[in-house]
Design a protein around this ligand. Structure first.
Ligand SMILES: [Cu+2]
Length: 517
């Protein structure tokens, strides 16, 4: 590779650039308040303006890599370049700093103690409840009070000791998926050990020589369908180059839970509830990154039977690893949708060069909806006994449709279903994470099931969203991004008070479409 020296120079300068980001970014953001909106060609993306107004002064060599810019959408000039689609464009973090800690939205990390030279983790298999959406608390199985279980984050070369206690009223077993360990620790009862009985404990201990994205899970099939999984990340002893600035992990799962029930039906062959790290969109906390950073995402599919083509809007990423092994760079593939099969883990990396709030989701249409029972579920809940059912007979079927297309109804109409029934408190909880601040007021309406958001924010806006105590108005950050990087003339803010099709529980009988702050 001929670019080694350039890249080394960059890496030296990169950390200083990143450190200077906040102050300089804040100053330029204030400075541009008075800038008149630029005159754009109608409908054309505005690629030529200085899109990086919020970044500190940098030299062209740090931003541009053979025609690929870390700050402007674009692929570069030559598919054979090392930097095409950002392939080997480094993040701001120096390789020598080691791997960046994992960000795992909505899940905890598992603590350990070093005991007799091993990292010792305690894991408890349990029946747990998990709130998939505000107000929708489901009965599943998991670990340490959580579903999925908490993440183990370890290093290549560690000796680990996992002490598993079974608090379920039935036997379980404990398998660490993908590890090349001594066979008696494989946890594949009854081929390699006796099951762990209720109230019993079993110890697993071995040296970890691999690196990558793994997971632990029960190897009892229907316990798997009840949610018994937890992620494991093993960082490489020799940090990967190019370095990433952020490293996210998302576990995708499906469940079958009838509208009037809370217990996952592990016998089912189809699946109506979909979770990322144990939550359904829009309760999934967005991933937030800084403009120009190199980002890694690890996708684990622990669904019982269905695969997930996971698509990220606005960017092209490189598939860099599958399951337990980093792929050689010659085998990396540029993509915007990665099909993750059952029990597979994929990793991808990209340069966040296109600011905005980008949808990031499984593309299976029935995985892009929460339990798909809006029209059906409320009937069951509201008419749970025969008397109320009969009393409401004249009003059924109560199919609520988006009030559009007056008098013009093609075959198949309607297809745009309403989404959630949440009250104000529940909706407030959707908006509570700081990661949601400044998104469009209607953003939550567009995330259902296996959906979250990848937010790419200029440095100053990132600081406001992630590190300040400032209350940020809904839509403010998004509008600012459109102003700086897009075409404000064609942008219409979301109506602030209008949650659109979402109806409040208390208002549903009054057929109100409005939500009041
Ligand atoms: Cu899917």
């Amino acid at each position: 590779m001929t670019h080694t020296n350039d890249r080394r120079k960059f890496l030296k300068a990169g950390a200083a650039v990143a450190a200077a980001g906040f102050v300089a970014g804040a100053a330029s953001a204030i400075g541009q308040e008075n800038n008149p909106p630029q005159d754009h060609d109608h409908g054309k993306p505005n690629l030529n303006q200085d899109v990086n107004q919020s970044q500190p002064a940098r030299t062209g060599a740090q931003d541009e890599f053979e025609g690929f810019s870390r700050y402007k959408p674009g692929r570069g000039n030559d598919p054979d370049s090392d930097f095409y689609c950002g392939k080997l464009v480094p993040g701001f973090r120096a390789v020598a700093e080691g791997p960046v800690p994992i960000t795992i939205p909505d899940l905890a990390k598992l603590n350990y103690q070093v005991v007799n030279g091993a990292k010792e983790f305690h894991i408890v298999a349990q029946a747990v409840s998990r709130e998939f959406l505000p107000g929708y608390r489901m009965n599943v199985y998991g670990y340490n009070g959580s579903m999925p279980g908490p993440m183990m984050e370890i290093n290549q070369g560690d000796r680990i000791r996992i002490i598993v206690t079974n608090e379920l009223p039935e036997p379980t077993n404990f398998h660490m998926h993908g590890f090349e360990m001594p066979v008696q620790y494989d946890g594949a009862a009854e081929m390699t050990q006796n099951p762990i009985g209720p109230g019993k404990t079993f110890k697993y201990e071995f040296d970890v020589h691999e690196h990558g994205t793994f997971f632990y899970h029960s190897h009892v099939a229907m316990q798997e369908a009840m949610g018994m999984v937890g992620p494991i990340v093993v960082h490489p002893a020799r940090p990967f180059d190019p370095p990433v600035d952020r490293d996210f992990l998302l576990v995708f799962q499906n469940f079958s839970i009838k509208p009037n029930q809370t217990i996952s039906d592990s016998w089912k062959m189809d699946w109506n509830w979909h979770t990322i790290n144990g939550r359904s969109g829009p309760f999934t906390t967005p991933c937030v990154v800084k403009h120009g950073e190199r980002v890694r995402v690890r996708l684990i599919n622990f669904s019982p039977m269905q695969h997930h083509p996971v698509h990220m809007h606005g960017h092209t990423f490189w598939i860099t690893a599958h399951e337990g092994a980093r792929a050689p760079k010659s085998a990396w593939i540029p993509r915007n949708t990665e099909l993750v099969g059952v029990a597979q883990a994929s990793e991808f990396e990209f340069i966040a060069n296109n600011p905005g709030d980008w949808q990031f989701h499984c593309h299976m249409i029935h995985h892009m909806m929460n339990h798909m029972t809006e029209q059906f579920g409320p009937n069951i809940r509201d008419n749970e006994n025969v008397e109320t059912y009969l009393a409401n007979l004249e009003s059924r079927p109560r199919v609520e449709i988006t009030p559009i297309a007056e008098g013009k109804k093609p075959p198949g109409f309607p297809q745009k279903m309403l989404s959630m029934n949440m009250d104000m408190d529940e909706m407030m909880r959707i908006w509570k994470p700081r990661e949601m601040q400044g998104m469009r007021a209607s953003a939550a309406m567009s995330m259902h099931g296996l959906m979250t958001a990848m937010r790419v924010l200029p440095a100053d806006l990132f600081e406001r969203v992630m590190n300040s105590d400032e209350q940020i108005e809904k839509g403010e950050v998004f509008a600012e991004i459109v102003k700086r990087f897009g075409n404000p003339a064609d942008y219409e803010p979301a109506p602030k008070m209008d949650m659109g099709a979402m109806k409040m529980k208390s208002d549903r009988k009054h057929n109100s479409d409005q939500m009041h702050d």
